[in-house]
Design a protein around this ligand. Structure first.
Ligand code: SAH
Ligand code: SF4
Ligand code: F3S
Length: 477
């Protein structure tokens, strides 16, 4: 199947089927409640990106609707669900490590069910390993049939002790309107597209998430209006490459066009989006952002490397000059915008000269932050079989050199804001001191200030008194 072959459709009939399974699952959970003499408890653990976090809210929504209570303690749970990520090998290893512990819990709680889903489950080798080495896992499903969670849970209960595995290679379905349990009352992620067509040579996402499919604008707008009616004031529009939004829709629509419509929703105060691919970021988008009152002054624009040779080998489809010119255009339109990035260090064939190119680009842009990763070899991706794989020591050396520069640049960028008065959306009460709250600025910086739980979900003016490196201490104005 070629990129773009999909015509995604919202399947209302499938929604009705799944709602019927939710009713059936409620009966199984009720029987379990009778056996336990209390409500069963579910612990959902999310690995990976914001898309997985949003998927977990959907999974938890179904569990709570069918009668589970939520718990953060795996040792207390009657159902443990890991929503996995496979973007880097250390994410996979963390899951295997934790599975080892769950085996012990199963011995003390015979009712405990262990469920695995997410990107790792799209890799055949992972599923085979789990089926042979962790045979106690009760249910495995993938990213494409996540909407069948209630149905698969019913199958698991009906299968009395036999594990259930169902992983699809692809789907063209987008199933909406199933229950969701949001983590935050005032902000929410909203998927605007699924999958990825870019096939960067190091990346597993296109293989585990499938081809790019955009949701219809009316469905996105309807979801956001409902969220706002429910108290949400900030949305994060989510996609692997939001700048290519709409290319596979019957009626063409650009991401900038979608943003214009989201902006008009009354009651919505802040709009964020992620992730932007530099090759597709249009002047129309820069213009919409610059003229918006709601779109936050932050853009996450992963560059990956500053070396043209490696950008080509990575199949990123832009050059460092293109990236630098793009940053200039963004900054000219919005001088106060914060620009953050992702970097991969140790890609096959990376030399000291490539590292110098990356450092030079970091300094020129003066990133507000950069998430720096060591290259991780993903089986099945083109980069995995490229010549010139670096030794762990070389990789570490390149990573450490760049990390120092990134930290220095980020500290400089943050400290420039000292003394400013900015609006902060108060997100949480501090875990260490209940007289302090944490707020997020439009430019994504965090500020800690005196306050209490009643401020959560409100936007307040805050003076940035003292820069602590990557966050501020502030005071309400
Ligand atoms: N779609 C986004 C990125 C999603 S994955 C984009 O293209 O910008 C998030 C980040 O993980 C990537 O930007 C990249 O920096 C990192 N990443 C992806 N695959 C990786 C790998 N094999 N090794 C190390 N880092 C990787
Ligand atoms: Fe991976 Fe590239 Fe797609 Fe991002 S754009 S998800 S890095 S393939
Ligand atoms: Fe990981 Fe899958 Fe997201 S691989 S980064 S959870 S799309």
């Amino acid at each position: 199947m070629k990129p773009g072959d999909y015509q995604s459709h919202n399947d209302g009939e499938e929604t009705r089927r799944q709602l019927a399974y939710i009713d059936r699952l409620t009966e199984y959970v009720s029987t379990l409640r009778d056996e336990l003499g209390r409500n069963p408890r579910a612990c959902v653990v999310t690995f990976g990106c914001q898309m997985n976090a949003r998927d977990s809210e959907k999974l938890l929504g179904i569990l709570i609707t069918t009668g589970y209570d939520e718990t953060d303690e795996e040792s207390d749970a009657d159902l443990i669900l890991y929503n996995t990520c496979s973007v880097r090998d250390n994410a996979n290893q963390r899951v295997y490590g934790r599975l080892g512990v769950l085996k012990g819990y199963k011995k003390t709680n015979p009712h405990l069910k262990v469920v695995l889903c997410g990107c790792m489950m799209q890799e055949e080798a992972c599923v085979n390993k789990i089926r042979t080495s962790y045979s106690f896992v009760d249910l495995i499903f993938g990213t494409h049939n996540i909407f069948k969670f209630a149905e698969l849970m019913c199958e698991m209960f009906e299968n009395s002790g036999h594990p259930v595995t169902q992983v699809w290679n692809e789907t063209d379905q987008i199933v909406e309107e199933l229950p969701v349990r949001r983590k935050y009352s005032y902000k929410s992620g909203v998927n605007i597209m699924f999958g990825c067509n870019n096939f960067c040579t190091y990346c597993i996402v296109p293989y585990v998430r499938g081809r790019e499919r955009s949701r219809a604008p009316e469905e996105i707008l309807c979801e956001i209006r409902n969220l706002v009616d429910g108290g949400v004031i900030e949305v994060m529009l989510l996609g692997q490459n939001v700048n290519s939004y709409g290319t596979n829709l019957d009626e063409k629509m650009t991401f900038a066009g979608l943003l214009r419509q989201v902006e008009e929703i009354d009651g919505l105060k802040r709009i964020r989006f992620m992730t932007s691919h530099p090759k597709d970021l249009s002047d129309e988008l820069i213009d919409v952002c610059a003229h918006s009152d709601k779109i936050c002054r932050h853009i996450h624009l992963p560059v990956q490397t500053g070396s043209d040779r490696l950008l080509k080998a990575m199949n990123r489809n832009y050059t460092r000059d293109h990236y630098l010119a793009l940053v200039d255009r963004i900054r000219t339109a919005m001088p106060d915008i914060s620009i953050t990035t992702d970097l991969i260090m140790g890609f096959p064939g990376e030399t000291g000269a490539d590292v110098e190119d990356t450092i030079d680009l970091i300094r020129r842009v003066g990133f507000d932050n950069a998430y720096t990763f060591e290259y991780s070899k993903r089986t099945g991706t083109p980069a995995a079989s490229m010549d010139g794989q670096l030794s762990p020591e070389e990789m570490q050396a390149h990573f450490d050199t760049v990390l120092k520069v990134v930290q220095e640049t980020a500290r400089n960028a943050a400290s420039k804001h000292t003394g400013e008065v900015c609006e902060a959306l108060i997100e949480t009460v501090s875990g260490h001191d209940d007289g302090m709250v944490t707020g997020r600025l439009s430019n994504n910086l965090l500020v800690h200030l005196p306050g209490d739980a009643s401020m959560t979900g409100t936007i307040v003016p805050v003076r940035l008194d003292e820069c602590k490196g990557f966050y501020f201490l502030g005071s309400r104005q």
